[in-house]
Design a protein around this ligand. Sequence first.
Ligand SMILES: Nc1ncnc2c1ncn2[C@@H]1O[C@H](COP(=O)(O)OP(=O)(O)OP(=O)(O)O)[C@@H](O)[C@H]1O
Ligand SMILES: [Mg+2]
Length: 223
Amino acid sequence: MSLIEAQNLTRIFRRGAEDVRALTEVSFHIEEGEFIAIVGPSGSGKSTLLQLLGGMDLPTSGSLCLAGKEVSRLSDAERTRLRRDTLGFVFQDFGLLPILTVEENISLPRTLGKASPGPPVAELLERVGLSHRRHHRPHQLSGGEMQRVAIARALVRRPRILLADEPTGNLDSTTGASILSLLEELNQNDGITLIVVTHNETLAAAAGRRLSLQDGRLQEQNS
Ligand SMILES: Nc1ncnc2c1ncn2[C@@H]1O[C@H](COP(=O)(O)OP(=O)(O)OP(=O)(O)O)[C@@H](O)[C@H]1O
Ligand SMILES: [Mg+2]
């Protein structure tokens, strides 16, 4: 069984009297350790797909198995646990809390819910090259540094899967390239399965495989 198995995933949003088909019958498998780029024009369903993969939303029809569990069959509590124990998230806008220091932002997921074993914050800071910034607050950091903090925070529970939506979207190309190297290293050295939504061609080209969406449908699977 693959780490992720999507079968005929369909997501329809109701907007007033109108139905918006964000995803239509999307099927694919992702194996542990893969680096996948999700690409496609604006509005093609990329973020919708990432939300489903992250267990933050449920399909209108179709099935999604994550680490052997059929997501739609789980209770809210079970889905939250699966998300917390298996997945890490990174977003375009970093999502850091401005009143917390770098160190506090990184350890936040650990303070929510039950304490879980994971790498010490000092090790994570070292990992993303920010040991010297641990007492800083987000507004004192550059965009690239903020994204490194977000990546360190995503790693705090040792996820098997890292999901990222446009992780380089707010960064210049040099800074974006350094974030890409960090993500590649996590994939290659730590074996974390990496799934990245991106418009950045360099990032997409670094992936082992791309899932290309067009009007909510999957186009081809090979890069
Ligand atoms: N909560 C929602 N309610 C209604 N429609 C939605 C909702 N979320 C997404 N959609 C619609 O679903 C379609 C796919 O949206 P999605 O955000 O997945 O696109 P995307 O590929 O991520 O685009 P972008 O590159 O601009 O981020 C769009 O037509 C969007 O308007
Ligand atoms: Mg999007």
